[in-house]
Design a binder for this molecule. Structure first.
Ligand SMILES: [Ca+2]
Ligand SMILES: [Ca+2]
Ligand SMILES: [Ca+2]
Length: 234
């Protein structure tokens, strides 16, 4: 009884290890940044971000995932777009068996696009160069193909303000905020792309997010409207 139990356990272990799926590894095939109209790009598995001023310029070499961030300053309107073209398990099940989805709620000033990278039918690459994403998914579930994705920010900076944009590329969905998901249904592995925008003032103090400012603005407009109505009634 005891012996057969041990054999059963061993058998389970062997079956368990035998069935363990190979770790899926995403490869970053290409990337493009549009920073106020200046284009930086690389492809063919180039994960060296030379040519662009990223404060953390390397993704983890094991899986091409991690966090990248950069700072933008200067009075006026700014446009920032980052596009990434990952392949999940390309050598096992190709790069064109994948789909995209979105999750969470888009922040004020944020835009996005999921599409075929532009080799065949996708218009994402042209949109990145043009500085305006279409907020549309060209590679949804059921229309699997080569997936790439992009997130953009449009924002205004006052004098002495600095915007810090972070891009998180992970195999785990972010707990908060808007994200894009690239999914390989055969590997059942994903790459998630999310981004944050933080603005700081001259002393480094945080400036309210555009979303907060928008809400404050709406509230003030509402207060003024209510006041005016009351005045008219009198
Ligand atoms: Ca794949
Ligand atoms: Ca598109
Ligand atoms: Ca791809």
């Amino acid at each position: 009884m005891r012996k057969s139990g041990v054999i059963f356990l061993l058998a389970l272990l062997v079956v368990g290890f035998g069935c363990a799926p190979a770790m899926a590894v995403p490869d970053l095939f290409g990337w493009v940044f549009n920073i106020d109209g200046a284009i930086s790009e690389a492809d063919w598995y180039n994960t060296d971000f030379s040519g662009i001023d990223l404060s953390d310029a390397t993704l983890e070499s094991a899986n091409d995932l991690g966090t990248l961030s950069l700072e933008i300053s200067g009075v006026g309107n700014h446009t920032f777009i980052a596009m990434f073209d990952y392949e999940i398990d390309e050598w096992i099940n190709t790069w064109y068996n994948e789909n995209g989805t979105t999750g969470g709620t888009l922040a004020a000033g944020q835009s996005w696009e999921i599409d075929e990278p532009g080799w065949f039918f996708g218009d994402i690459y042209d949109h990145v160069l043009d500085g305006a994403l279409d907020n549309d998914n060209g590679v949804p579930v059921g229309s699997e193909d080569d997936v790439s994705f992009a997130i953009g920010w449009n924002f205004f900076l006052e004098a002495d303000e600095t915007a810090t944009i972070s891009m998180l590329l992970s195999d785990v969905a972010p707990a908060l905020g808007f994200y894009l998901q690239q999914y390989d249904p055969d590997s059942q592995e994903s790459v998630f792309f999310s981004s944050t925008l933080d603005v700081t003032g001259p002393g480094g103090e945080p400036v309210p997010e555009p979303a907060t400012m928008l809400l404050l603005g709406t509230g003030l407009v509402g207060l003024c409207a209510a006041k005016r109505k009351r005045l008219i009634k009198k």
